[in-house]
Write a protein that binds this ligand. Structure first.
Ligand SMILES: Cc1cc2nc3c(=O)[nH]c(=O)nc-3n(C[C@H](O)[C@H](O)[C@H](O)COP(=O)(O)O)c2cc1C
Length: 451
């Protein structure tokens, strides 16, 4: 019999809770949505969040060829600024041109930093005009190198930390491709520091040294088979991240929030992934991620954003869905619960950290109750929404000022935003933001669609 995806068809929150019970998933729900309107303060960098809701980073592939934000980039962030979250975690921005994942990938450099400053100013002004100065959102930039997913000119030009039989096969990678050298990584650390300084001058409140989703820094965390000072034992595999954070801090002079969006679990068999049980890669083993986060905490890092999976290899782990390229091998709620519980373990181990959660969009209009329950139980400090920030950028304003999310504005986890991106277009929501993105999707996949 043909296997079917578990589509979201819950009429009430009780129906959803029953499904959790049936799947033996212990998730915390609460009706007290007011808790999401509390403020938070991050000591490092003296950053205040006016509420506990965030837009998680969502790449739009709509920059100019010189890496600066384009017209649609401004539009996306204006919509987020009018949406009322206390934190806007800005999308992946490359620190070097060869580390861009597409020709329209943002890339911050001396020649275009002024455009980023214009955009940050616009975000803050827009939010303050709508919600008042007390509700100015913090804006964190995500600095990245796309590594094995680099495509600066539109064709793959992979730069790997190490070979990986699973990911190499999926990408049909040349087995003779040479991994990036230690010297390249030494220089790259300084490029992160230079980009962070430009970001600080542009007005960003914080800098994320992205270590998730199997891009270059994330891949290094599991470079068990790499030789030299960036591979093999734990200390070497985590060296690039910790040294880069130190370099960035030295360059910025200690007055800026430095954070990382980290994978807690890759979902790839050991020794080719990070955060898995060595015998059974479908199970998390957070001992190494916890150890690394402990080191970061000792270094003074006070904020962490937790995510999982690889959007190219196991997207159901990264962004639980029920419609898309393939039928996910697990119930989307299982994926949601993995991220919620993984984040809770980290938050509880390091209560001094402001842990930002991910992976809530599949829950549609019931997400705020899971968000409130999770915060209430100390399972995270801030709840981030990714796809929802494309589909429903004012979700926070509806939760905070109107008592909840509207069903007909929610992301339906159809995957079209990713499909536009993979097809070389500018990404957004083809279902809820049709004026621009329905035709963007149609142009690539035809009026008939992919089905
Ligand atoms: C189109 C698209 C672009 C994304 N861009 C980024 C990005 O730039 N940086 C990042 O860390 N995650 C990125 N993500 C992942 C999201 O931030 C988020 O982790 C994921 O969608 C799961 O959360 P959700 O269920 O709220 O959507 C992207 C996801 C999608 C679908």
């Amino acid at each position: 019999m043909e296997r079917k995806a578990n589509v979201f068809n819950y009429k009430t929150l009780d129906d959803l809770k029953e499904e959790c019970a049936r799947l033996d998933l212990k998730l915390d729900f609460s009706d007290d949505l007011e808790i999401l309107g509390r403020e938070a303060f991050i000591r490092e960098g003296c950053v205040r969040l006016p509420n506990l809701l965030a837009c998680n980073p969502m790449e739009g592939c709509d920059g100019e060829t010189d890496g600066s934000p384009g017209r649609l980039t401004f539009r996306r962030y204006e919509r987020q600024a009018q949406g009322g979250t206390g934190l806007i975690w800005f999308e992946a921005v490359a620190v070097v041109p060869e580390g861009r994942s597409n020709p329209r990938h943002l890339w911050i450099n001396k020649g275009n930093a002024g455009k980023f400053e214009e955009l940050v100013t616009h975000i803050k002004q827009t939010a303050c005009e709508k919600f008042g100065a007390a509700n100015e959102p913090a804006v964190i930039i995500q600095l990245t190198h796309a590594g094995r997913y680099s495509k600066p000119g539109g064709r793959p030009e992979p730069m790997i930390a190490a070979h990986n039989p699973y990911l190499d096969k999926a990408q049909k990678l040349d087995p003779d491709l040479t991994p990036v050298t230690d010297e390249y990584l030494d220089d790259l650390r300084e490029k992160y520091a230079e980009a962070a300084l430009l970001a600080k001058k542009a007005g960003f409140d914080g800098v994320d040294i992205k270590s998730c989703h199997r891009y270059l820094v994330s891949e290094l965390l599991s470079a068990f088979e790499r030789e030299g000072k960036y591979g093999g034992q734990f200390e070497n595999r985590t060296r690039f991240l910790t040294d880069t954070i130190s370099s960035v801090r030295d360059t910025l002079g200690g007055h800026m929030l430095i954070t990382t969006r980290m994978n807690a679990y890759d979902g790839i068999p050991w020794p080719y992934g990070w955060g898995m049980d060595r015998e059974d890669h479908s199970r998390c083993d957070l001992s190494e991620p916890l150890k690394l986060i402990g080191i970061l905490s000792d270094m003074g890092v006070r904020m962490i954003n937790i995510t999982m999976g690889n959007p190219y290899y196991n997207p159901h782990i990264n962004r639980p869905y029920d419609k898309g390229a393939y039928i996910p091998p697990e119930h989307p709620l299982t994926g949601v619960a993995r991220m919620v519980r993984g984040t809770a373990r980290i938050q509880k181990a390091y209560p001094e950290m402001t842990a930002v959660a991910s992976g809530y969009s599949w829950m549609r209009h019931f997400a705020p109750y899971l968000a409130a329950g999770t915060i209430e139980k100390g399972g995270a400090s801030v709840i981030g929404f990714g796809r929802e920030s494309f589909a429903y950028p004012d979700f926070a304003a509806d939760i905070l000022y109107k008592g909840g999310m509207q069903k007909n504005k929610c992301c339906i986890s159809c995957g079209r935003c990713t499909e536009i991106m993979r097809g070389g277009g500018t990404a957004g929501c083809a279902v809820r933001d049709t004026a621009i993105y329905q035709s963007a999707w149609n142009e690539i996949y035809g009026m008939k669609g992919r089905d």
